[in-house]
Design a binder for this molecule. Sequence first.
Ligand code: COA
Length: 319
Amino acid sequence: MFVKIKGTGSCLPEKVLDNAAISQLVDTNDEWIQSRTGIKSRHIVGKETAVSMAAVAAEKALEDAGITAEEIDLLIVSSVSSEQLLPCTACSVQKELGAVNAAAFDLNAACSGFIVAYQMAAGQIKAGLSKKALLIGVECLSNIVNWKDRGTCILFGDGAGAAVISAEEEGNIEIPSVLHSDGSRGEVLTCKNPTGERKDRSLEGYVAMDGREIYKFAVRQVPAVIDEILEKAEKSVEEIDLFVLHQANRRIVEAIAKRLKQPIEKFPMDMMQNGNMSSASIPVLLDELKQEGKLQPGMKIIVAGFGAGLTWGGMYLEW
Ligand code: COA
């Protein structure tokens, strides 16, 4: 028996910033951005906040799952770019939803955040410490991106995705999943806490990235982690119906598909219109696939993410 995703939801800001609009801000163009990343446009917060987007996505996921906010006993928010440090975003979302019976906390594992939240919650369910968990990935990356740096500002978008998970029944629960981190390589993708500026004027609270190193890391480690998950799930790569990967970049997804020798059609993508939404990417994509009727009961899915830390990992799901 597996932990199941019972419902999904998402929320994207109203404002859309396309590549033409970005080329008004920095020296770039639509052709360069699309050919290197696959991204055409992204959503950017205006009046929305991390809490407001997370709450909307969560309400939709609860409705989709057919359960009430009071039934949730664990609420995890993954974010690196919420406007607030205290109280944690998860507690503010708890208040918005009236999820009065939930233990709520935030975690930061960058773009792997939804994967980590899922595995932590699934572990709690397996241990009998939780029954129904609400997981949210939410990002307002436009707040921490340097809009003068053409190497990074073209990549990211804002949004929130949510999923409700639970076990079918008490009993032996399998969680075929893998997590890795390598802190020794953390300098390739960083963002200093802007509050540090008070102590050290040289610190800037913006995302800084070595794009080539991240690219090499992703195309090497993600296929390897997928192999590890397949082994744990006792499945062959051919048996997998869909690979739902972190939506950083079309070229990265294509390179992973090639390394796995699997058709690109098994790798759904939405970075074209959403950009890289860090920990929101995977739950938003799952929700879009569900709304499009592309997730059918019994489908075998591998979900995998990678990002700053460095962190990477994934899991096997049966829909
Ligand atoms: N528009 C136009 N030119 C740009 C540009 C932009 N937005 N950004 C960089 N360039 C230029 C550079 O200045 C450089 O010019 P130079 O040769 O005159 O110095 C040239 O393009 C090549 O830059 P480079 O950074 O080597 O490009 P790249 O081929 O590695 O592509 C990325 C850049 C970011 C698209 C690519 O490295 C990548 O996809 N990395 C992964 C990033 C990622 O997914 N991060 C999030 C992980 S969670």
